[in-house]
Design a protein around this ligand. Sequence first.
Ligand SMILES: [Fe+2]
Ligand SMILES: [Fe+2]
Length: 184
Amino acid sequence: MPEMPEEYVKRLPKSEELNAMTEQSLRAAFAGESQAAEKYVVFAAQAEEEDLPNIAKLFAAISFAETRHARNHWRVLGGIRKTADNLQTAFAGESFEIDEMYPAYAEIAKLQANKEASRSIRYALKAEMDHKRMYAEAREAALQGKDIADQPVSVCTICGHTVIGGLPDKCPVCAAAKEYYRTF
Ligand SMILES: [Fe+2]
Ligand SMILES: [Fe+2]
């Protein structure tokens, strides 16, 4: 790499300072990489359906690479803290989606009579309410230096309904059979 002129190097911010433009760049890059990662997961599933397993693998691997980029950007942004703080960040994000974002988006979808958008938004909004509660409870434990109980956490692969512990016979949000849940 060519040497940078001495004068220019002196003007650069110290590495621990994140100037506003760098922060904006990293936030945009974090958003873009996160979105690319999810798109590639979806594209991989589509390639599988088309019986193109090696293209599916390529999408899956590159999706993972994008998650590494997103993580690196987020780390430089100072976004990774102790778990109790991370749970607060997660709780705040879910709260915003429940209280402001999805209700507004739901109104727009209703106004425009887009049933598919309304359903997609309703699925997300319902799940965010559970996520918010789960994060709040986990934070209580983390603040006391404890982990939460060792229980299965299951997610409906159709709508994202999330449940801790036993599975319902069918999803209370989208009515999918319990076989559609993925358990962590
Ligand atoms: Fe959520
Ligand atoms: Fe569901």
